[in-house]
Design a protein around this ligand. Structure first.
Ligand code: FE
Ligand code: CA
Length: 527
């Protein structure tokens, strides 16, 4: 397994040496690229931010890197000169990246912080591939990726799939150990549901302190992503599986809604901020060109078809929503919460989703999205019931419209969610109604990777919450991720947790596993 351990190395130096001394590798590589033979090897390695892939289709995938010889230079450019740089990419069928399937050259532009997005096409469906980049006399580490299975084989041909689900990784809160454990599980696809970075100013007393103001400028956002992406666990996860990403609030500003910031900015100031936040997000993520922002707008919502097994609709619940009702936060219900006109997805995205739902013939219909979808009541200290108004509980009519899309005819609806820094398993009920209405889907909420710190195993707090919310079957206040093993007949979610994040090297365990059977909505607890 030498090749795999090399693949999972955080640094590329050893591997580069090995590849250069391998005669077969030289014949396969340098023979095609004499102009890019190793020159300027004394220069700094520009691949400090690693490699990534994303948005797999049946015939292709996005390959990503960004050149940054000094990732923490705090200049918005990672120490790169203000000129275009040629980058060669290679996609191969073997772990050593020698059996080349596709290769090409692309120009890394300073206007995009020397990020590179290669949309490879013409590949074989449902296949594993390996890739790497070369630039400035250096080679990147080798990444693993895969294409989605093809459509049309039906349930019999739909193989199993393994998805990882993550959200909410605040750098200063702890170590990204959960990302590393998820990489070791070799998922086929990682859904990142937002809060990939946090915009807050660095705090000196945190677990991983850093110095930087709250992100508001293009350079500030870029440098924040660079800080996060120097993390070896995050780099390893990106180099292990393709990602499907969507942002939540902290990629821009805490609890932003449409054109409304958290505080302290005019609409014009906030839209300018949103534009640079979107730009830095696109630059750093393995997204297709259709997601490239135009000013303060970007089309991030999209479908990823995983053969006949799953249709994954990745939703943007920030950019087009109305402002939070009832004063935001956890608040007692007010009339505005139920206003029929209130939007979460906005009319265009909602119409797109309705069409996707109507046309879907996939066994599993998956929504990858940010905020708590099902009913969630959080009692206040004074005994009154409060609802989280930033979640779909503040957008009740919009939630009902989405559920109606998946009840016109039977679907196997699985909603995957982030944001709340706790694991949850829950059932979704017809029309968004109470727990005694028919079950029409399932929601699995991924806890945070680090946000909120180590957490606790206070069973009383969990039981109080579950007791007040009969639609919820499980919760845990620990950090971790979801691991979903999917077949044509069953969807199994494992709630993986780590006992601490304020120190490195935490082990991982499964706190609970739930199975959903295709054609029989509802949660069955395995362990
Ligand atoms: Fe968060
Ligand atoms: Ca959030």
């Amino acid at each position: 397994m030498r090749a795999m351990s090399e693949l999972l190395d955080a640094r590329g130096r050893t591997r580069r040496t090995l590849i250069l001394t391998g005669a077969a590798a030289m014949a396969g590589w340098a023979g095609r690229a004499p102009a890019l033979a190793m020159r300027d090897v004394s220069g700094a390695d520009p691949f400090t931010l690693g490699v990534a892939s994303g948005d797999p289709h049946a015939d292709g995938v996005v390959l990503w890197t960004r050149l940054a010889p000094q990732p923490l230079a705090a200049d918005g450019f990672g120490g790169m000169p203000a000129r275009r740089v040629q980058v060669r990419w290679t996609l191969a069928t073997d772990e050593a990246c020698t059996k080349v399937a596709r290769t090409g050259d692309v120009s890394a532009d300073p206007a995009a912080a020397h990020s590179v997005h290669v949309e490879v096409r013409g590949l074989t469906p449902g296949r594993e591939y390996f890739y790497r980049f070369e630039a400035m006399g250096h080679r990147s580490r080798i990444g693993r990726t895969r294409t989605a299975p093809g459509l049309g084989g039906g349930a019999a041909a739909a193989g199993p799939a393994r998805f990882g689900v993550v959200s909410c990784a605040r750098y200063e809160s702890g170590y990204f150990t959960a990302y590393g454990h998820l990489a070791a599980e070799r998922p086929d696809l990682v859904l990142h549901l937002g809060d990939y970075v946090y915009e807050y100013a660095g705090t000196p007393k945190s677990v991983r302190p850093f110095e930087a103001p709250e992100t508001t400028t293009l350079a500030g956002y870029r440098d924040r992503y660079a800080l996060y992406r120097t993390d070896p666990d995050l780099q390893t996860l990106h180099a292990t599986a393709p990602f499907a990403v969507v942002w939540d609030d902290h990629e821009v500003d805490n609890n932003w809604a449409g054109e409304v910031p958290e505080d302290g900015q005019t609409r014009e100031q906030f839209l300018a901020r949103r534009a640079v936040a979107f730009q830095a997000y696109y630059e750093m993520m393995p997204l297709r060109g259709v997601a490239r922002p135009a000013g303060s707008s970007a089309r991030l919502y999209r479908q990823i078809a995983w053969g006949d097994l799953a249709s994954i609709c990745m939703l943007d619940t920030r950019q087009f929503r109305d402002d939070q009702p009832c004063g935001d936060g956890n608040k007692p219900a007010c009339e505005a919460r139920l206003d029929q006109a209130r939007q979460m997805l906005g009319p265009v995205q909602e119409g797109w989703l309705r069409e996707r739902a109507a046309r879907s013939r996939a066994i599993w219909d998956v929504l990858g999205q940010q905020v708590f979808f099902g009913e969630l009541v959080r009692p206040l200290p004074d005994g009154r019931d409060a609802l989280p108004m930033d979640s779909w509980n503040g957008y009740v009519a919009a939630r009902g419209r989405v559920l109606d899309m998946y009840t016109a005819r039977p679907h196997n609806l699985v909603v995957l969610t982030g944001d709340v820094h706790r694991h949850f398993a829950g059932t979704l009920h017809a029309g968004g109604g109470p727990a005694d209405a028919p079950v029409v889907g399932t929601e699995f909420v991924a806890t945070s990777v680090t946000s909120a710190g180590d957490g606790s195993d206070d069973g009383a707090a969990v039981q109080a919450l579950l007791g007040r919310n009969p639609n919820l079957r499980f919760s845990a206040d620990r950090r971790g991720y979801l691991l979903a093993d999917i077949t044509p007949s069953t969807w199994t979610t494992h709630f993986r947790t780590v006992p601490w994040v304020t120190r490195a090297a935490a082990p991982v365990q499964t706190r609970a596993s739930f199975v959903v059977e295709a054609g029989r909505p509802g949660l069955n607890r395995l362990s």
